[in-house]
Design a protein around this ligand. Structure first.
Ligand code: XUL
Ligand code: MN
Length: 365
């Protein structure tokens, strides 16, 4: 069986429980503590924003020291970096956008931030640079044409892809869509939008998508279908797993905490396709959780994935499922109906099939 790699954003365990209405509830955790804690609690990998490790504005010597320390610790505790990104959303300078800002000066600054973070990713051996441009959106559509925004985003991504190629880095680029939040509407909002956008870049080949379950559910979409589009296009470069009630703010719940069936069908797809990428979690421990609970949260995400993968296996091994799927497969024929159209209408045994899934997921089968 394929060895699964479980990964977490450093920002997930470093999150201190603050929300738009409340102060942090947990003590800070530094990035090195986050890496070693993750390794100690079942993760083999992490993702980060370069800024999770290196505060913006740090001198080169400080940056080099932090990277040296991180590399040493990664070696010691046996954890790898599978994706790097950049925080081009929290600094007030990016309040009207990064790559799509109306200010050319700010767009330059965003490009500079991303390039510096790409260098950090390279030094941590990250094979992927993932961009979630959380400020590239709008509340006021009168502020810019969405077409101009897309052209600016295109120019930005072309420049970053070109930078990676010219530096000779062994790194791919990805875009993580999200429909809204923190902006009223984000321009790169779903997997479909991003696939269409990538096709018009100068070099679409090295650029893919990182779907997130919560982001798909926020848009009221079926997460497994979103992931399928990325797989179908050969563009599933990463995935962010978590829990989310549909059509709400970004809840980033522990994987398994919500949408059991959607989570099952995402795991089913990844496992059936033997997708080789890391199973990355992008969720946040509850605000009510203490530091010990953070590590329970980590183990909970991993365990939820493993349990769902076992349920996928149980589904495939179930004789009733096999019988029902064989029946469905038998319909897939071009043979003419020799009864001259008089045959009884097809019975679709989907009630039964869906109920079997329910029994498997509730442990009653
Ligand atoms: C935001 C989100 C980000 C990205 C990384 O909703 O998902 O944490 O995954 O920047
Ligand atoms: Mn994410």
């Amino acid at each position: 069986m394929m060895k699964r790699i479980f990964s977490f954003g450093l920002w997930t365990v470093m999150h201190r429980g603050g929300d738009p209405f409340g102060q942090p509830t947990r003590a800070p955790l530094d990035p090195l503590q986050a890496m070693s804690g993750l390794a100690a609690h079942g993760a083999q990998a992490f993702e980060l924003h370069a800024e999770d490790l290196i505060a913006p504005g740090s001198q080169d010597a400080e940056r080099d020291r932090l990277i040296r320390e991180a590399r040493g610790l990664m070696e010691d505790v046996g954890i790898i970096c599978v994706a790097c990104g950049s925080d081009v959303f929290s600094d007030p300078v990016f309040r009207d956008g990064g790559l799509a800002s109306n200010e050319a000066r700010v767009r330059r600054q965003a490009i500079g931030r991303y390039k510096a973070a790409i260098d950090v990713g390279h030094l941590l051996n990250a094979p992927l640079f993932n961009i979630w441009g959380g400020r590239d959106g709008a509340e006021v559509d009168a502020s810019r044409s969405p077409l101009d925004a897309l052209k600016r985003l295109r120019d930005g991504f072309n420049e970053l892809a070109d930078y990676i190629a010219r530096q000779g880095y062994n790194m791919r680029l990805s875009i993580e869509p999200k429909p809204n939040e923190p902006r009223g509407d984000l321009y790169l909002s779903t997997v479909g939008h991003v696939l269409g956008f990538i096709a018009r870049l100068d070099h679409p080949d090295g650029v893919g998508v990182v779907p997130e379950l919560a982001h798909a559910a926020m848009a009221g979409l079926n997460p497994a279908h979103e992931v399928a589009h990325a797989l179908y296009a050969g563009k599933l470069y990463g995935i962010h797993l978590n829990g989310q009630r549909p059509l709400r703010f970004d809840q980033d719940l522990r994987f398994g905490a919500a949408s059991l069936k959607d989570s099952f069908f995402v795991v089913k797809l990844l496992e059936e396709e033997a997708w080789p990428g890391p199973r990355s979690f992008d969720a946040r421990p509850y605000r009510t959780t203490d530091e010990q609970g953070v590590w329970q949260f980590v183990e909970g995400c991993i365990r939820a994935y493993q349990i769902l993968a076992e349920k996928v296996q149980q589904y495939h091994d179930d004789p009733e499922v096999q019988h029902l799927l064989a029946e469905i497969a038998s319909w897939d024929t071009e043979e003419p109906d020799d009864t001259g159209g008089a045959s009884a209408p097809r019975v679709f045994a989907y009630e039964q099939l869906d109920h079997v899934v329910f029994e498997i997921l509730t442990g009653t089968r």
